[in-house]
Design a protein around this ligand. Structure first.
Ligand SMILES: [Zn+2]
Length: 539
């Protein structure tokens, strides 16, 4: 407002796509209601902010709200109007912080439900929102356990069973009971036998696909279906020995990121119900397979651990400049082309490069790139930003789709539709949403603020790394520096050339990783510079 007569209150309006748990009011509807209220209060609208896509629990992920706070700090408005307080924040901590922040800036908060909001209001609403979220989780779990006791189906369909509908003794239809599907049960038993015969899951599924045995849902077999993660694979699912299990994992939402973390509970805490009518595999076979799974896993771990001990950090970035194959350490600490070692006809790159020479050349080239005089970091950030916009949009859409799906399912639960598979489907959608959010997290952050000296930070980092890799002592400090160098490196190509060196190294930086490190450091604030940068003395 630039008029200097009557002080008219400038309002910001904030609206958010409804959370799953309550009746939905569209954003357009929320905005309309708020505009009306602002008009009644005699104010003008200085800005409208919306967050259409993400769930309310992850405050940091709501760009609209972030913009609102930024503009509040720039004093672009005097008051905020929202439909309900739960549009603004869903946790007590978020609410308290927001309220304090707005109060500090001298900004009034109005909600359609409560009118002008005071501190007590904000606190109570915050607590109620939190309880509401917890409550939904409890309801879903309770429904699951009840269903389990009736041996009814929870979650996705399981290979080896189909849904059967029965008439109970008193003549009522009973839905949701599983029955064994004999042909599929036979395949399950065969998978167990083949595995005990020493076949790997990969070979088992190859065999089944070759024979044209249809997999779960009629799809082709995949080793993951057999092996599974945790207790889901065919080899590990306890339903095949007649046990129904619920509550293996516990999930918690991280208060800052809003991402759910899953952890395995101890077996004593699981809900285990015997359902002998569902048994497909006898106890002896079941136990033998579990022992074999454990044995193969520990063998694999031993191999991986041994490999890790001898690993040289840069190895997985090194490629043969002639054929593109990886290069690994062969005779006397020399990297050589893997393809040529396997078959000398396949690649002409017959030179090896000493481990230390490669590490030296790759670090030197990376440092030179980082320190290059004309390196325009701002432009790199701009280019990366544009490139990531598309990816960001896709991930946001995916998260929004999952949220919309969760909203539909939860409102079905709320309205009492008695399908217990909904809960599991909600978790599934939630996982999809969290994956998308985690993907967003990994995208390079925003460019550092104008005041942040990127060059100084990069120079400092190079000095640290360089001092750690100078010399050839293979100690932990060098190892850590090489790991950092690897993270900043996309590819190291090695090819023969004419000239005294006879071999040439070309190192390509991993620009997104470098930008990420810069923006992470800038976000951590000046304190993160720590003791390495002596304070400037101003005389
Ligand atoms: Zn090669």
């Amino acid at each position: 407002m630039t008029t200097d007569d009557a002080p008219i209150a400038r309002f910001a309006i904030y609206a958010r796509y409804s959370s799953p748990m309550q009746e939905m009011t569209s954003i357009a509807g929320q905005l309309r209601l708020c505009r009306d209220r602002v008009a009644t209060l005699g104010g003008v609208i200085a800005g409208e902010y919306t967050d259409p896509e993400l769930s309310g629990t992850a405050m940091q992920r709501r760009p609209g709200l972030r913009q609102l706070i930024e503009d509040a700090r720039a004093h672009r408005f005097d008051s905020v109007c929202i439909e309900g307080l739960d549009r603004l924040a869903r946790s007590q901590a978020d609410m308290a912080w927001l309220y304090r922040e707005l109060r500090f800036l001298g900004i009034d908060l109005y909600s359609l439900e409560d009118g002008q909001v005071d501190a007590l209001h904000a606190a109570i609403k915050g607590i109620l929102s939190e309880m509401f979220i917890d409550n939904i989780g409890h309801k879903t779990r309770r429904g699951h356990i009840e269903a389990l006791h009736d041996h009814r189906v929870i979650g996705a369909s399981v290979y080896g069973y189909r849904m059967g509908n029965f008439i109970s003794d008193d003549g009522k239809p009973v839905r949701g009971l599983r029955v064994i599907e004999p042909a599929e049960a036979e395949v399950v038993r065969r998978i167990y036998r083949l595995y005990l015969d020493g076949m790997s899951p990969t070979r088992i599924v190859r065999l089944l696909n070759r024979e044209g045995v249809p997999g779960p849902e009629g799809e082709a077999w995949d080793a993951r279906i057999v092996r599974g993660r945790q207790q889901n694979g065919i080899l590990r699912n306890e339903i095949y020995r007649g046990l129904l299990i619920y509550g293996r994992t516990r999930s918690r939402r991280h208060p800052d990121t809003g991402i759910r973390h899953y952890e395995l509970r101890p077996r004593e805490e699981w809900t285990i119900i015997e359902a002998p009518e569902l048994r497909i595999v006898d106890d002896g076979t079941w136990q033998a397979v579990q022992d074999e799974v454990a044995r193969r896993r520990s063998r694999r771990h031993a191999v991986v651990a041994a490999g890790r001990k001898a690993a040289y950090p840069l190895t997985d970035r090194v490629r043969c400049g002639v054929c593109g194959a990886p290069m690994t350490i062969a005779d006397k600490h020399r990297y050589r082309c893997v393809a040529r070692r396997r078959d000398p006809e396949s690649c002409s790159n017959n030179r090896g490069i000493l481990l230390e020479d490669l590490e030296e050349a790759a670090s030197r080239q990376l440092f030179a790139w980082m320190l290059a005089h004309g390196r325009d970091w701002q432009r790199l950030f701009a280019a990366a930003g544009a490139e990531n916009e598309e990816r960001r949009r896709t991930l946001r859409e995916r998260a929004a789709d999952a949220d919309a799906g969760i909203a539909r399912l939860l409102s079905a639960i709320e309205s009492g539709i008695p399908s217990t598979s909904i809960g599991e489907r909600v978790l599934e959608l939630e996982r999809a949403r969290n994956e998308a959010l985690a993907g967003l997290e990994r995208l390079p952050g925003p460019p550092p603020p104008a005041g942040f000296d990127i060059r100084a930070y990069v120079r400092e980092r190079v000095v640290q790394l360089r001092s750690a890799v100078t010399g050839s002592a293979r100690n932990q400090r060098r190892e850590e520096a090489l790991l950092a160098i690897r993270d900043f490196t996309a590819r190291i190509e090695v090819r023969p050339c004419k000239g005294p060196e006879r071999i040439e190294v070309e190192t390509a930086p991993d620009i997104p990783a470098l930008l990420e490190a810069v923006s992470r450091h800038a976000a951590a604030g000046p304190a993160a510079h720590g003791p390495q940068t002596p304070p400037l003395k101003v005389e």
